[in-house]
Design a protein around this ligand. Structure first.
Ligand code: C2O
Ligand code: CU
Length: 519
């Protein structure tokens, strides 16, 4: 099949942007209505409409959800790319990984060459496997020609090893963090985190997956053969102009003629459905939304269920059948499918920022060729003791906006000195109310420790919402309550970050610091 630089049909974002504003407003209502249907508690009464109006009123546009699947008619002609597994070398019980952040080119828009960045390759990075209890050492060389950091998103590591803005390292230098892997079996990822350049570097391709393994019974019972029955799915909905220049800031997003290519493991799926042959009946998928801002919802094309086993921070208490898995920017989830027949996975892209992609894509056609009969899934995957927050320290974190500046507790965290700072101590148990005083969508990410959702827009969590998270949606005008415990790792110099994972918002200041000191 020949790839073309033009989108496959007028249904996609590019065509939609030419429609007039009145029509956009109409469709805006439609988006809100669909949002309500899909996510009963994600929109608050009249707030959704107000949010859309605010976005349109600000002179910006956004893509529309289209009813039809964009790439439905296309042939399945390209195999799903599985990112390489990065081999570490182990000696003296330390496993060493070598990464180089570098520049390159890739086809982000089919048929068009874009300038990109990647780890050890031109776009994206290899998958690392870490084992709970082991010590890892990473030697990461910066060959980007500008400062960078590498943050281990979701990992529970000392602040100095966390890859936040304070440990930026310059071109030509190597940063060598080392730590013990304390995380349970989960799917993490790594990406840059230097002040003001996170969006730019991440959208150009600096992102990779980390698989943490452990020795629990649940892990032993679940598929874990990487690339065979344990499959990474890295989604990116980007924004590019027709020359393939990938956009990452407000100025870029407001330029005209943008396309919003959807990539799965680095391959454009705008007019292609990727192919995967499942040689085992039970296949585990690890989905990561590495988009700068758009929301990705994963579902089956036949409306069937996916068996979700993990949220951001490890196993659910039990495998849970769901029809959709909604991932805000930065979030992950794992699910398994017992494939007695072929199945197709779809990704629904919903714009998460002022402007972005939209639509439903058939992303992965799975051929079921396994002849084995898997055992029943374990009845219990994990024990999660729900926090009783009655004697927890309470805080309010307000996500705000002033013009183009994005704020946390009133401060635009565009420099270390201007950032709001949360100070706490080891052993502290806290409950935070994250209040979104803007009409924009935000994705709340906390470094260091996982959190439980205590309430979502005033409602009590149920089902998969009872898992452990590090990145969660806060809708315009909405709020979430989260609870966490600062179990260890004090430092009076290096700080963790808490921020919106819509990368443009983060770069525009929606980031605060968290200093955890000794009790
Ligand atoms: Cu994935 Cu602070 O970031
Ligand atoms: Cu945001």
């Amino acid at each position: 099949m020949t790839h073309t630089s033009e989108p496959a049909s007028g249904e996609n974002g590019k065509g939609n942007h030419r429609k007039n504003t009145a029509e956009k407003r109409e469709h805006g209502k439609d988006i809100a209505a669909r949002g309500k249907g899909l996510h009963r508690r994600k929109f608050l009464g009249g707030m959704a409409g107000a949010g859309i109006a605010a976005v349109v009123g600000a002179g910006t546009t956004f893509s529309l959800l289209s009813g039809a699947t964009k790439n439905k008619a296309s042939a399945v002609d390209t195999a799903l790319t599985i990112p390489d597994l990065l081999e570490g070398t182990t000696s003296d019980s330390t496993t060493t990984f070598t990464l180089e952040a570098q520049t390159g080119t890739a086809e982000v828009l089919s048929g068009v060459t874009s300038d990109t960045m990647g780890y050890n390759q031109s776009f994206l990075g290899p998958t690392m496997k870490w084992t709970n209890g082991d010590t890892v050492l990473l030697n990461i060389t910066n060959s980007l020609g500008e400062d960078t950091t590498v943050h281990f998103h979701g990992a529970h590591v000392p602040a100095k090893m966390d890859g936040g803005p304070q440990v930026a390292f310059s071109d030509g230098t190597t940063w060598s963090p080392t730590f013990t892997v304390k995380d349970p079996a989960t799917t993490l990822w790594y990406h840059p985190h230097a002040l003001g350049t996170t969006a730019k570097q991440a959208v150009h391709g600096l992102a990779g997956m980390i698989i943490v393994e452990d020795s629990t019974d649940a892990s032993a019972a679940l598929p874990s053969d990487y690339g065979v029955d344990d499959i990474p799915l890295i989604f990116q909905c980007l924004a590019t102009d027709s020359a393939g220049d990938i956009k990452y800031d407000l100025t870029g997003y407001l330029s005209s003629g943008l396309s919003y290519p959807l990539l799965l493991n680095g391959t454009n799926v705008d007019s292609t459905t990727l192919a995967f042959t499942a040689t085992k009946t039970r296949t585990r998928f690890r989905a990561l939304n590495a988009s700068p801002s758009d929301i990705i919802t994963i579902q089956r094309s036949d409306g069937g269920t996916l068996t979700q086993i993990s949220t951001d921070q490890g196993y659910l208490t039990e495998a849970t059948d769901v029809t959709t898995i909604r991932l805000v920017a930065g979030a992950r989830a794992e699910f398994v499918m017992d494939l007695s027949a072929d199945a197709t996975l779809q990704a629904v892209v919903t714009t998460g920022w002022v402007r972005g992609g939209s639509g439903t894509y058939d992303v992965l056609a799975i051929t079921a060729s396994g002849t084995d009969t898997p055992d029943d899934l374990p009845s219990s995957l994990n024990t999660i003791d729900r926090y009783d927050t009655s004697d927890f320290t309470a805080r309010t974190i307000t996500l705000g906006q002033s013009g183009t500046k994005m704020l946390i507790n009133g401060s635009a965290g565009t420099s270390m000195s201007s950032m709001a700072m949360i100070s706490t101590t080891v052993g502290s148990k806290e409950v935070w109310t994250i209040t979104n005083s803007t009409q924009l969508e935000h994705s709340f990410h906390l470094h260091d420790v996982p959190y439980q959702l205590i309430s979502i827009n005033g409602e009590t969590p149920t089902g998969v919402e009872l898992g452990w998270y590090d990145t969660y949606e806060v809708v315009g005008g909405g709020s979430i309550e989260i609870a966490m415990e600062f179990t260890d790792f004090s430092d009076d110099t290096y700080m963790y970050m808490l921020h919106c994972h819509l990368l443009q918002h983060e770069d525009e200041g929606m980031m605060a610091a968290l200093m955890v000191t000794e009790s």
